[in-house]
Ligand binder design. Structure first.
Ligand code: OAD
Length: 259
């Protein structure tokens, strides 16, 4: 398994704030399909315009709700893997860390990561499609309708609390992500094609502010060119390896700063 080179390992060991950006590849080994991987990616089987836009929901709310219900069922059955656990350990090894995720499955929080920002919402939450107000799970289970009606306004429906194409990201989440990108000194980009904005800009922003950048992805992406190192392997293997490297580095007195 490919590991961090000594220079980047020393930068990680000395980092004050680590920003971790994750994408669908982070959840792939938990059994949640990615979007753009050949053959298995969601957008290779379905058209995003038909299912993941406000217009698609207005045109056919039942179809969209049902499609998300299938994805919710997959997410409900999923558990974090060794890569998610490694990020929890990493949080304990560095002074500050932010996990910024494009994933909507809540697996980082389930694993125990504390400082998680969800850029694209959470598929297990729902909200009114007109007012945007949050709708409780109890209200949804009690409804026989597809989609359940909104408790707030006539003609409103429940919709998944995720960001669809053409929608803006939640303001607070984006502000937290930009803050992390601005002040981190080490950035890990994991399991993302780095194609969807504004998430794709965050590692570039970190780099421009002087942070070291490492990519973890079995495949090349547009970000690879800018990374100090690309670790080509699955997150569940590479991340535990990197965290073990860091733990060993910190345990070795030869690596402690000398007076
Ligand atoms: P993509 O599906 O575009 O990319 C997944 C990336 O994960 C690819 O680069 C894969 O090579 C990589 N990958 C696959 N398996 C992996 C593994 N085991 N370990 C590490 N990496 C692996 O997913 P995102 O980049 O997250 O947006 O997509 C960004 C956004 O596009 C999503 O959040 C979603 C989608 O449309 C919304 O829903 C708003």
């Amino acid at each position: 398994m490919q590991l961090l080179d000594d220079h980047l390992l020393s930068l990680l060991a000395g980092a004050q704030h680590v920003m971790v950006l994750t994408g669908a590849g982070m959840s792939a080994e938990s059994g949640i399909p990615t979007f753009r991987d050949a053959q298995t990616g969601i957008w290779t089987k379905y058209r995003a315009e038909d299912l993941a836009t406000p217009e698609a929901f207005t045109a056919n709310p039942g179809l969209v709700w049902q499609w998300y219900e299938e994805r919710r069922n997959t997410v409900r059955k999923a558990s974090p893997h060794a890569g998610h656990q490694a990020l929890v350990m990493l949080e304990a090894l560095v002074p500050g860390m932010s996990v910024i995720t494009q994933n909507v499955d809540g697996l980082h929080q389930l694993a125990g990561s504390k400082n998680v920002t969800e850029l694209h919402g959470n598929i297990l939450r729902s909200k009114c499609h007109i007012t945007g107000r949050s709708i409780s799970a109890d209200w949804l289970t009690d409804s026989p309708h597809v989609p359940p009606p909104s408790p707030y306004v006539n003609q409103g429906y429940a919709r998944p609390d995720v960001v669809w194409f053409g929608e803006v990201l939640p303001h607070e989440a984006l502000a937290a992500a930009m803050d992390a990108a601005g002040r981190c000194d080490f950035c890990l980009s994991i399991g993302t094609t780095s194609l969807v904005q504004p998430a794709a800009s965050l590692p570039v922003m970190a780099l421009e502010n002087g942070a070291a950048l490492v990519e973890i992805n079995p495949l090349e992406t547009p970000l690879s060119l800018h990374a100090g190192q690309c670790l080509r392997g699955p997150a569940s293997l590479v991340l535990p390896g990197v965290v073990q490297q860091l733990a060993e580095w910190k345990r070795d007195p030869d690596h402690c700063p000398r007076l």
